[in-house]
Design a protein around this ligand. Structure first.
Ligand code: PNS
Length: 162
């Protein structure tokens, strides 16, 4: 039987424990998960794409059946190129739903073969976002327990105060 491959796409600026939780959950139902980091020249991320990839790899050290790559262009094209059958997205709250539904239906229109699978993170991470993490870190607040240790260290390097 062929391998079931899922693509877990995102900006990951930076990866949080909520993302890690979703990736680990998706490994329970897929044989292989490719974490795909969007390179978007229009956005000005805190961490460059290569650094975001390094941080994801460091955060997932020891986790098997996971690959981390960057992608550009349409997500559905990348999914097909990688031989994936599904897109994994985390749903934290009802507020995520509208944007996620829009994206899932648009991706379905672009490619009938690719399904979007939504997963709920552990409730302890249901309020977490990369944007919030960056804001807390920039003002010297503690993000311990909310992001993997390599990310905590990287934020400290950027803001010198976490
Ligand atoms: O972590 P994010 O920022 O919520 O992830 C958004 C992402 C990367 C999944 C989305 O912006 C995306 O898929 N971009 C690629 C371009 C694309 O395919 N757009 C059409 C989807 S509606």
């Amino acid at each position: 039987m062929s391998e079931r491959i899922a693509i877990c796409p995102g900006t990951f600026d930076p990866i949080t424990n909520g993302h890690v939780d979703i990736i680990q959950r998706s490994l329970r139902i897929f044989d292989r998960v490719v974490v795909a980091v969007l390179v978007n020249p229009q956005k000005r991320p805190l961490f460059e794409s290569q650094r975001r990839i390094e941080l994801i790899r460091a955060s997932l050290q020891g986790v098997e059946r996971v690959e981390v790559e960057s992608f550009q262009g349409l997500l559905v094209d990348y999914v097909k190129e990688r031989g994936g059958s599904a897109i994994i997205r985390g749903l934290r709250a009802v507020s995520d739903f509208e944007y996620e539904l829009q994206m899932a239906l648009m991706n379905r229109r672009l490619s009938q073969e690719v399904e979007t699978v939504f997963m709920m993170p552990s409730e302890e991470y249901s309020f977490l976002s990369s944007t919030m993490i960056k804001e807390i870190a920039s003002f010297g607040g503690s993000v311990r327990g909310l992001v993997p240790e390599p990310v905590e260290r990287a934020l400290r390097e950027v803001f010198h105060n976490v």
